[in-house]
Design a protein around this ligand. Structure first.
Ligand code: COA
Length: 376
């Protein structure tokens, strides 16, 4: 193909994809100074003005002129160059998408729109069967774009990505030509609830110290014997970081129960195991309290709010659960009390169901709750 005359212009009502121009150099240079851009892509670091000129006058034109080379479009919004989206490969009907936008337009859905325009073009005009998206693990903004554009079947490839000689774990997902370019599965948001003396909110990295204290506490360690022992700061940090994956994959959600005045963590509630078969929409509630928060009915009240959210339909912002379960180690009276005070029914004992200390397996009481059950 000839560059720039054969580059098709693609647009919706906000975003235009067009051929790059030499005059885009200042904006390309500015975009490539952005720390996110340097962290998550394979551009040279440091990135010079000559790099920007080389991208526009060599890399982009030669991509278009080479069969199965990179087809790069400039993304234009409000008359300004705002980023690039590219399609690479295409041999055998499969190729990859790559993208970036400047900090000056992020968070407005620009990238999602640009990605959809490029993907539609790949299917409708280039005859592609499948588009592959790849990102370094931890690039949540890119993952969110991929999710919103309909990519699915996400896998992690350890060490699958490389930038500037360093290997990184990689996420890969794909979308096929007959797939809808719409989100697949739920990506939960954590709503905030006001409980009077406490509030419920999402986790922050700064909660790690309090998570560690709570999970190292003797009673927590006794009843949640599967926790690492000792429970160290890196365990807490890993737990907090892993909540993002739980939310993004739809597997689980978690709140910090925080003191209403100091906002300090006093407990945790999670709803997890939400991937059910045959639209069964299950969920399991788990919780623990920091020793400073115990004995004040906070957990009973927080679980009530969590249940309300769990049974609220997805269309209304809830989790749309059909049934909730809860397990408490036999003998854990405080935990069983929280369950029963919230209307859960004890339905049996899970024999040797829970990890105990010293390699033992302990029995669990199993509780469940249906939306129609009487609740206080
Ligand atoms: C990835 C990138 C292109 C996204 O651009 P964008 O225009 O902000 O994308 P969109 O507005 O279409 O969507 C971004 C979504 O990510 C969300 N998001 C941003 N940061 C996030 C984070 N840390 N965690 C979770 N979601 C995040 C935004 O809220 C938005 O979702 P929403 O519309 O549901 O609120 C942009 O951040 C970028 O250029 N990053 C550097 C280059 C890069 O990483 N490229 C991809 C390499 S694989």
């Amino acid at each position: 193909m000839r560059f720039p005359e054969d580059v098709p212009e693609l647009s919706d009502d906000l975003v235009t994809l067009r051929a790059h121009r030499p005059a885009d150099a200042d904006d390309v240079y500015e975009l490539c100074q952005d720390p996110e851009m340097q962290r998550w892509t394979i551009i040279p670091v440091p990135y010079s003005r000559e790099d920007a000129v080389g991208f526009l006058t060599e890399i982009v034109p030669s991509g278009w002129q080479t069969e199965h080379g990179g087809q790069h479009w400039a993304i234009e919004v409000d008359g300004r160059f705002s980023g690039s989206v590219s399609l690479h490969g295409g041999e055998g009907g499969v190729g990859e998408i790559g993208f970036s936008v400047g900090p000056w337009v992020r968070g407005r859905g620009v990238m999602t729109r640009a990605a959809k325009l490029a993907i539609r073009h790949a299917f409708d005009n280039l005859g592609w069967q499948r588009v592959i998206w790849r990102a370094f693990v931890g690039n949540w903004a890119s993952r969110r774009v991929a999710w919103k554009a309909g990519f699915r079947g996400l896998v992690v490839v350890p060490g699958g990505g490389m930038a500037r000689g360093v290997r990184y774990d990689e996420w890969i997902a794909t979308v096929g030509r007959d797939d809808e370019l719409e989100p697949q599965g739920n990506w939960w948001k954590v709503p905030e609830f006001d409980g009077g003396t406490f509030r419920m909110r999402g986790f922050r990295p700064t909660d790690a110290q309090r998570v560690m204290e709570a999970c190292n506490d003797e009673r927590t360690q006794h009843w949640l014997a599967g926790l690492p022992s000792p429970y160290e700061l890196h365990h807490a940090e890993g737990f907090i970081e892993s909540r993002k994956e739980a939310l993004a994959s739809g597997e689980g959600t978690a709140w910090v129960i925080a003191d209403a005045v100091t906002d300090e963590l006093i407990g945790n509630i999670s709803i997890f195991a939400m991937h059910g078969r045959m639209n069964s929409r299950p969920g399991t509630i788990g919780y623990w309290m920091h020793p400073e928060g115990r004995g004040k009915k906070v957990m009973t009240n927080a679980v009530r709010l969590a249940i309300g959210h769990a049974f609220t339909p997805i269309e209304e912002g809830g989790l749309g659960r059909r049934r909730l379960t809860l397990q408490a180690a036999v003998g854990n009276t405080a935990s069983a009390h929280v369950a029963e005070a919230n209307g859960f029914t004890k339905i049996g004992i899970g024999r040797a169901a829970a990890p105990g200390r010293e390699g033992r397996w302990d029995d669990d009481y199993i509780f469940d709750l249906l939306p129609g059950d009487p609740r206080p």
